[in-house]
Write a protein that binds this ligand. Structure first.
Ligand code: MRU
Length: 339
């Protein structure tokens, strides 16, 4: 992604390997400032994933891949490193895909680079295929952040939006703020600003209003795990958007690379859902916003049943809901995807 800091524009990935360490844009510091977090051992990489310094399913996978390359370079116990990284975030399937890829490829730095480059190339293809769904003057709703920050480059849901904009289509993006961690207002909006794409940040509970008023033509979201029957997990609140889109006759697409598809699970009920700390809900950017004594429940993801999905935008093309068998065949044949 191109980032402009103090008038100077440079191309940056969200995560990379440099000077025997894993480096990443610290997403907790955005949009206030671009700061780099440096991890010099497995514990620091695991900390970055757990604490959401880096987040988004494909970016979590790439970070874990580099984390394992780092563990090998530093002669750490690889089994322990695998165990520690596997236990950081349970929902994002890319994490497990990346760990399996690194196991098969000897935990080398070269393999981690390959993994990162593959994910980047595939996210660009998602953009090229997904661009076909976007017309001039489309008004698109997205939830959470599924941009370059969440993928390493390009994005999943934001990749078609980026491509459409670069082709000169006039588009407007409605960005759900995405409580409690505000990935929409702090990260998606920041990426859209960097790219010069017109957008409105809306409160999470405002999307029904805009859909019903005819202000949204298309919804595109990312995914943390998509299973055999097409059910998928994504940031909490996605399910509501999908139901509302169907109610209002608006196409609802899920954009994700093959590494997010988990065909070992039959349906969405089997997806492990991470529950995060109560403070994320009871506080707003670190300031208590609820009575002392009130408790909270804080699932980080929800599952949207396949019947609400119009189609899946992948690097292999766009697949209509209910037609994942042909996609499974392509993923099974893809050497990079073998676990
Ligand atoms: O908790 P997060 O911020 O890691 O959740 C991220 C999401 O839900 C994204 O929509 C998903 O990972 C797709 S990212 C390309």
């Amino acid at each position: 992604m191109n980032i402009t800091i103090n008038g100077e524009t440079k191309h940056m990935r969200a995560v990379w390997f440099e000077d025997n360490s894993v480096k990443m844009i610290d997403q907790k510091k955005l949009p206030d400032r671009v700061e780099i977090y440096t991890a010099t051992n497995t514990h620091e990489v695991a900390h970055a994933i757990r604490e959401m310094i880096v987040r988004g399913a494909p970016a979590i996978g790439v970070t874990a891949a580099y984390g394992l390359a780092l563990a090998k370079l530093k002669n750490e116990d690889i089994e322990e490193a695998v165990e520690e990284l596997s236990n950081t975030r349970p929902t994002a399937f890319d994490l497990f895909k990346a760990i399996s890829y690194m196991k098969k490829n000897g935990f080398s730095k070269k393999a981690a680079d390959r993994y990162s480059n593959e994910i980047t190339g595939r996210s660009k293809k998602i953009g090229e295929y997904g661009d076909d769904l976007i017309r001039d003057h489309s008004r698109i709703l997205t939830h959470c952040n599924a941009g370059a920050l969440a993928v390493v480059d390009w994005g999943t849901a934001l990749s078609p939006i980026r491509v459409a904009h670069r082709k000169g289509k006039n588009i407007v993006v409605f960005v759900d703020e995405t409580r409690p961690r505000l990935q929409g207002s702090t990260l998606t909006a920041w990426e859209l600003l960097q790219e010069g794409i017109e957008h409105y940040i809306i409160a999470d509970n405002a999307s029904g209003y805009f859909m019903r008023n005819g202000d949204i033509d298309l919804v595109i979201v990312g995914a943390d795990r998509i299973v055999s029957n097409g059910d998928f997990a994504n940031k909490i609140g996605t399910y509501e958007k999908a139901v509302l889109a169907k109610e209002n006759g608006i196409p609802f697409y899920v954009a994700a690379p093959g590494s997010t598809f988990d065909f070992s699970l039959e349906n969405g009920d089997k997806i492990p859902i991470e529950e995060r700390s109560q403070e994320e809900v009871l506080e707003f950017r670190g300031v208590r916003a609820a009575p002392i004594g009130s408790k909270s429940r804080n699932p980080a993801f929800d599952v949207t049943p396949a019947r609400y999905v119009t189609g899946y935008i992948t690097e292999y093309g766009i697949f209509q809901s209910g037609n994942l068998k042909s996609l499974k065949k392509l993923i099974d044949k893809d050497l990079f995807m073998r676990m």
